[in-house]
Design a protein around this ligand. Structure first.
Ligand SMILES: NC(=O)c1ccc[n+]([C@@H]2O[C@H](COP(=O)([O-])OP(=O)(O)OC[C@H]3O[C@@H](n4cnc5c(N)ncnc54)[C@H](OP(=O)(O)O)[C@@H]3O)[C@@H](O)[C@H]2O)c1
Length: 350
């Protein structure tokens, strides 16, 4: 039996407890599946949150467990029913919940989730996009009435999700003005990394409170990647939208990704959700907290926008799987959620 290298963990743990294990090479068992040789996989905060057990109440791990949703690679073989992908295709994917395990040399995935990679991106760049850019796409699409000619405030403009949100808001959805926050060393990098004219106003959140410099009643949309949205209510116009990706979602929204969550948990979330929604409503602001429900169609939208130059991948760091201490450090940095620029990518097969 041939084996492959995989990042695994044997109990709920921070990244220092991750193990580089030898596991059996996966094989295609369903006719709609593809076997992918993985070149690059990107780290998302959800990976480390899963590993420490954040989701254990409604989606417990079976140990040894694997993490990782985002990868790019090459199709190695296809099941009998697969007609839109072939051996040798360069692809990227956000793996389904039950197929998690991007940080390993080969992965089997349903062809319904796998899309051709943007031609102009490297494997590392393509692997950086799915979760972050799909989340921001769905978050911005949740704004009823769209973003055309609107003023949009994206918190954390050089995070994984924030960098995609700034670009999608301006280049795809036609926002008139994009405002964002970053920490001091990143101020000068916004145009270089996102493109000239994508962000109209950058605020150094380490030295300046956005709530004091953005004019009152001027924002149409706050896209919240850091959990601060409710402190900006006074900046928003009546009828404006807050979309958070970090505050507690409603039970209904979480059910979109985890259909089997218990009803009592849904009810509890729905009750908790009413609090920020009520606070926003006092300013006549709409509030939602979304959960990514990935689709292949939207991955193909990302591919098109990347190829049209509307969406750049922002990869801050690449670490080879062979440097496993470096890999654990990279996961720890994502866990700490400070100081990174864009996405961190693990180079799986070199
Ligand atoms: N709802 C969903 O489906 C969904 C999907 C994806 C992600 N998320 C969540 O969304 C959050 C962001 O995800 P991500 O992938 O974008 O994370 P990330 O790329 O790891 O972003 C972290 C970066 O945010 C910056 N940051 C931290 N606090 C900040 C603040 N107060 N103001 C501005 N920037 C700040 C930090 O840079 P500096 O140190 O330079 O400030 C840090 O490097 C995570 O909690 C993640 O779990 C949710």
């Amino acid at each position: 039996m041939s084996t492959i290298k995989a990042v695994t963990f044997n109990k709920y743990t921070k990244p220092d407890g991750f193990v580089l294990a030898d596991i059996p090479k996966p094989t295609i068992e369903r006719p709609g599946d593809v076997l992918i040789k993985v070149y690059a996989a990107s780290i998302n905060p959800a990976d480390v949150k899963r590993a420490i057990g954040t989701l254990r109440i409604f989606d417990p791990e079976k140990f040894p467990a694997k993490i990782g949703y985002d990868l790019a690679g090459v199709i190695e073989s296809v099941g009998d029913d697969v007609c839109d992908l072939k051996i040798g295709d360069e692809i990227f994917v956000r793996l389904a919940e039950n197929e998690r395990g991007a940080f390993q040399e080969y992965v089997v995935a349903s062809s319904k989730t796998v899309a051709l990679k943007p031609k102009n991106l490297t494997f590392e760049e393509a692997a950086s996009l799915p979760v972050a850019a799909l989340t921001s796409l769905q978050g911005l699409l949740a704004v009823k009435g769209g973003l055309q000619d609107k003023t949009v405030f994206v918190t954390g403009g050089l995070s994984g999700t924030g960098s995609a949100a700034c670009q999608l808001a301006k280049n795809v959805f036609g926002a008139a003005k994009v405002i964002t926050t970053v920490s001091t060393p990143k101020i000068s990098r916004i145009s270089e990394l996102l493109g000239e004219g994508v962000v109209d106003e950058v605020i150094d959140y380490k030295t300046t409170a956005a709530g004091k410099v953005i004019p009152k009643g001027s924002l149409d949309v706050v896209y919240d990647t850091v959990g601060e949205a409710l402190s900006y209510l006074h900046l928003m116009k009546p009828g404006a939208w807050i979309i958070s990706i970090i505050m507690l979602p409603s039970g209904q929204n979480l059910k979109g990704l985890f259909p089997s969550i218990p009803r009592w948990f849904c009810t509890m979330l729905d009750m908790a959700f009413k609090i920020p929604q009520y606070r926003a409503s006092r300013y006549r602001v709409n509030y939602d907290s979304i959960v990514l429900v990935p689709t292949k169609e939207q991955l193909l939208d990302l591919k098109r926008w990347a190829e049209e130059g509307k969406l750049k991948a922002v990869v801050g760091k690449v670490v080879p799987l062979s440097d496993f201490e470096g890999v654990k450090k990279a996961f720890t940095e994502v866990y700490e959620a400070k100081g990174l620029t864009g996405k961190t990518v693990i180079k799986i097969i070199e």
